[in-house]
Design a protein. Structure first.
Ligand SMILES: Cc1ncc(COP(=O)(O)O)c(C=O)c1O
Length: 311
């Protein structure tokens, strides 16, 4: 049974000043990688070379970044959670994040200075699992709200890391607002993997965290320039960060063609790109999709802001 694919094409930003993406570029990515390398669990995930599929498709090569190996958590998302929690604690201790490391964050000393913190988020699974993992590593607490329809297995995985977690009757975007409210009411730290006007600092750090995946892939390609990059999007934070990394790395016509893929029923970034009217466009309702993690109706504004879109 065939489905259909709708697509919209946008040119690379010709104005390098306006389209500056150095925030997610090579220099920043090197520093973020240094932070991640300080974790005992850190290892670059494989960039699998799918030779047979490439031959079948008649293309010279096809690589897939296999994030199932990431810190044993089965997804890249922890890269954002680990970096934003580290940045938050560094900020509280007045230490430059570039000087921060796993060794400085674990142990009783930080807890003695800051007390036990509670990090709260809304997630369909992978981001919350990353937050639960990092909070547990650093000896803090986490609370995770999941949207309706979230898999019980995902809830169990998050609880197994010590988080207080539940599946709500809200969709993802409503659960995000609920988590934010809980943070305000309880004095918790809200660590969400999407941004909106006025809430950009933490999600900005989360996006910087994702550059580790892009930087590893770049090194694994050993100088080979990718012609096309395919990225899946929920809110588009990962896609924005990885696109930013490669758009910063390659100049002019060398920039790869980047394709961002969303579920048909949660196509908020597609709608925003298609409208091309300088505004963010959203989707509401249940957004039923088998693509867990991509059922998000409100685009992360950081990538779009940098492209000059109002929010
Ligand atoms: C495996 C995977 N890919 C993509 C996404 C979507 O990322 P973003 O919301 O940054 O677009 C998620 C979100 O949880 C995810 O778990």
């Amino acid at each position: 049974m065939g489905g259909h694919i709708k697509a919209v094409h946008r040119e690379h930003c010709k104005n390098e000043e306006k389209g500056s993406v150095c925030r997610f570029g090579l220099e920043r990515a090197k520093k973020v990688l240094k932070y991640h390398e300080s974790f005992p669990e850190y290892a670059a995930t494989p960039l699998a070379d799918l030779k047979n599929l490439a031959a079948y498709l008649g293309i010279s090569s096809l690589r897939v970044k296999d994030e199932s190996y990431r810190f044993g958590l089965n997804a890249f998302k922890v890269l954002g959670g680990s970096y934003c929690v580290g940045s938050y604690i560094a900020g509280k201790l007045k230490i430059d994040i570039d000087e921060m490391s796993f060794g400085k964050l674990v142990g009783d000393e930080v807890r003695k200075k800051l007390g036990e913190l509670t990090f709260v988020t809304a997630t369909d699974g992978n981001h919350g699992r990353g937050i639960a993992w990092i909070a547990d590593k650093f000896g803090h607490r986490s609370v995770v709200y999941m949207p309706k329809g979230s898999a019980k297995e995902r809830l169990d995985n998050i609880r197994a890391l010590g988080a207080k977690a539940c599946i709500t009757d809200m969709n993802y975007d409503e659960a995000v607002r609920f988590a934010n409210k809980q943070a305000e009411e309880n004095g918790w730290v809200f660590v969400q993997d999407t941004a909106w006007e006025g809430y950009e600092k933490i999600p900005g750090r989360i996006m910087e965290g994702y550059t580790t995946m892009a930087y590893e892939a770049h090194m694994q390609l050993k100088g080979e320039k990718p012609t096309h990059i395919f990225l899946q999007a929920g809110v588009g934070a990962m896609a924005g960060a990885v696109a930013g990394f490669f758009a910063d790395l390659y100049k002019g016509n060398d920039k790869p063609i980047i394709t961002v893929v969303e579920p048909d029923k949660a196509d908020c970034n597609f709608r925003t790109a298609k409208a091309d009217d300088g505004m963010i466009h959203t989707v509401t309702g249940d957004m039923n999709t088998i693509m867990a993690g991509l059922a998000c109706g409100e685009p992360c504004v950081i990538g779009w802001n940098d492209a000059g879109v109002k929010t």
